[in-house]
Design a binder for this molecule. Sequence first.
Ligand SMILES: *[C@@H]1O[C@H](CO)[C@@H](O)[C@H](O)[C@H]1NC(C)=O
Ligand SMILES: *[C@@H]1O[C@H](CO)[C@@H](O)[C@H](O)[C@H]1NC(C)=O
Length: 230
Amino acid sequence: MDRYVQQFLNRLSLASIIAATFILFVLFIRTPETCVNPNITKPKPHHRFPKSTCDFAHRSYTSIKKHNRRVWSTTAWIQTVVSFKSQFQTLQDKKLFTKHSRALVVSAGAGQAVMALKEMGLHDITGVEVVDSPPLVRRADPHSLPFFDNAFDLGFSAYLDRALFPDRYVAEMERTVRLGGACVVAVEECGGREVEEVVKLFRKSKVLGIRNVTMGDETRTRIVLRVMSD
Ligand SMILES: *[C@@H]1O[C@H](CO)[C@@H](O)[C@H](O)[C@H]1NC(C)=O
Ligand SMILES: *[C@@H]1O[C@H](CO)[C@@H](O)[C@H](O)[C@H]1NC(C)=O
């Protein structure tokens, strides 16, 4: 009697294996209609789904261009660029840089200051930020800039106060800006002792001027320095 039960169970599991294999095979050869419409030979971006979480192919250049067009036409963006431009104009008037200067913008955000310099006619501008924003800003760690010593004529940061390690951040600016070049930084509006603390971070530069200026929708304290020694 036990043998019959055993045989029956064996047959039952064999049948299950065959059935499962068949189902798997059917699922394998069938294209799920929900994913791909075979009539669309060249899928539009919104018909194409990422194959995996690592698939960034849908971030094509066209979509970045579209995204940028949208961002760059907002009032906030335009106002910020205009405020940076009027700032840079005062620096250019003081001959701190020219159209032919190589400019570095650290903590460039989405690239407002980079665009301002571009609109003023500079063509050698490098914007860096921990997150890139092509085509204006590339990704780099401000505490370890991937540039040679003395590579720039002008170093600019509107947000030195957001640096994790201000000492290291400033040292990198002073390293990459050439002797005689200018470092321009801004911090949250302050005066007296606080400004002195910021100035002290610069070991190789001399202060040329301190002013409270408008940047975007806030007033910040801007410090202009000249790099004096290697
Ligand atoms: C694809 O096209 C055929 C005829 O060309 C049509 O019968 C079918 O419904 C279409 N399929 C989809 C998913 O639109
Ligand atoms: C900037 O503003 C701060 C705070 O309002 C003030 O203490 C400081 O003196 C101002 N600095 C300059 C250079 O005007």
